[in-house]
Design a protein around this ligand. Structure first.
Ligand code: NAD
Ligand code: USQ
Length: 409
């Protein structure tokens, strides 16, 4: 298949591109490298030493003989170029990762809130609009998030895969329906994913665009069988207070004996998935497209559920690191229960990597190996959900408007 991977230079996109290329697909990455530029603006670097996009692509071709194409393009702003790219490549499937994905970054300032909304909503809408205009019947596989549901409204009842069965009493009797699960975002970033859902549903209904929306949990781990082939293929590992996610942050902190930064009581329960399973799920989703005219297919892309404090305790036990309970900079429930239905991917043959299987590999092969690259001043999570700092402190935080932008690969 011809597959475009939008956001294919990112943490999930890069290993997915390699995995799909390895499986024999003809892959083209579309990326504006904004994630790399945000690192420059925040003065942080991936824990792992990531190569430039051109070095990544050349290395892959050298090692495997397989070519991955690259289009440097901002899909949220450069609509006409996006249209040309679609017409040029005529993809069978498009994997859409190209959004600003950090909740703390999205809450940092009015600048980063507005950037996140402009970027994410326009990216998704431009893609669907361009598909309709170009009359290309590509299957869109969009990366959503578990956070659209709000982590368990119904106690321990499992969150269904996208659609909630409801019954309504009417004068004509009881009517049973399935509706999109109520949205309950916890950050501006998560809010954009709830907006994406509506945009996707509209284009599926109105134009027959075939859509799969993957409501993914927190991705942990770094490497996949392809990214370990050569250090120049290594995946990124975000550890800073804005982009680092909880489990990878705890693993990094353990490597330098930095007390694990549990927010509040650590009673927050979240869903997780290893990066190796992310790439497999994407492949399964591509192989199982919905029928034209159907509502978007929604999968819950998660494999395990943990409380933050249980993760901290587990890592402390394995590595002897201490734990610190910090005031929570976020507005979120201090304690919640969470159960998630993930039967669809299991039925398609997903065999999950569990934390107990992957944890020690990650500590040995990644966090300990690159611990010397950690800048401890970047570890604290400084972005607060309320009392937004003055915009003048935020001037450097979002990529500049297109006219001023200069990015080299
Ligand atoms: P990432 O920031 O590492 O990668 C996103 C990529 O998209 C980057 O390479 C960036 O340069 C590119 N991009 C962003 N806006 C773009 C635009 N307008 N035009 C072109 N390229 C653009 O993020 P990630 O962790 O790989 O996440 C990928 C997707 O998966 C996101 O949509 C995210 O919401 C979703 N997701 C991630 C996680 C996680 O834990 N990382 C969990 C659930 C869902
Ligand atoms: N947390 C800590 N200590 C830390 C970092 C985080 O206790 O040092 C807590 C947070 O307060 C939160 C939980 O851990 O309660 C998860 O935070 P996170 O940063 O790991 O994850 P989150 O902000 O939800 O975002 C990540 C990805 C996002 C994706 C989402 C999936 O960045 O792209 O959509 O996970 S989900 O959480 O299922 O919505």
């Amino acid at each position: 298949m011809k597959i475009l991977v939008l956001g294919g230079d990112g943490f999930c996109g890069w290993p997915t591109s390699l995995h799909l290329s390895d499986a024999g697909h003809d892959v083209v990455i579309v990326d504006n490298l904004s994630r790399r530029q945000i690192d420059v603006l925040l003065e942080v670097e991936s824990l792992t030493p990531i190569a430039t996009i051109s070095e990544r692509l050349t290395t892959w071709q050298e090692l495997t003989g397989k070519k991955i194409g690259f289009e440097f393009l901002d899909i949220a702003q450069d609509y006409s170029q996006l249209l040309e790219v679609l017409k040029k490549h005529k993809p069978d499937a498009i994997v859409h990762f190209a959004e600003q994905r950090a909740a703390p970054y999205s809450m940092k300032s009015s600048l980063t809130k507005r950037y996140t909304v402009d970027n994410n909503v326009n990216a998704t809408h431009n893609l669907l609009c361009a598909l309709v205009e170009s009359n290309i019947d590509a299957h869109v596989v969009h990366l959503g998030t578990m956070g659209v549901y709000g982590y368990g409204w119904f106690g321990t009842a499992p969150i269904p895969e996208g659609y909630l069965p409801i019954k309504v009493n009417t004068p004509e009797g009881e009517i049973a329906r399935e509706v999109l699960h109520p949205a309950n975002p916890g950050s501006v970033y998560h809010m954009t994913k709830t907006l994406d859902q509506l945009i996707l549903a509209f284009y599926a209904k109105n134009d027959g665009v075939r859509v799969t929306d993957l409501h993914q949990g927190i991705v942990w781990g770094t490497q996949t069988p392809q990214t370990v082939l050569d250090e120049r293929l290594i995946n990124r590992f975000d550890y800073d207070g804005d982009y680092g996610t909880v489990l990878n942050r705890f693993l990094m902190q353990a490597a330098i004996d930095y007390p694990l930064t549990v927010h509040g009581t650590g009673g927050q329960t979240r869903a997780f998935i290893h990066i190796r399973d992310t790439v497999r799920c994407i492949e399964l989703a591509i192989a199982n497209p919905p029928i034209k005219g159907e509502r978007p297919t929604i999968f819950n892309q998660v494999t395990e559920i943990f409380k933050v404090r249980d993760l901290a305790n587990l890592i402390a036990k394995v590595t002897d690191v201490k734990i610190t309970n910090l005031p929570n900079p976020r507005q979120e429930a201090a304690e919640n229960e969470l159960a998630v239905d993930n039967q669809q991917f299991l039925a398609l043959g997903l065999n999950p990597t569990t934390l107990s299987q992957g944890l020690l590999d990650e500590v040995r092969d990644v966090t300990n190996k690159y611990a010397h690259r950690i800048d401890t001043s970047k570890i604290p999570a400084r972005s607060k959900w309320r009392n937004t700092p003055a915009t003048k402190t935020a001037v450097k935080q979002a990529p500049p408007a297109r006219s001023k932008r200069k990015i080299r690969t």
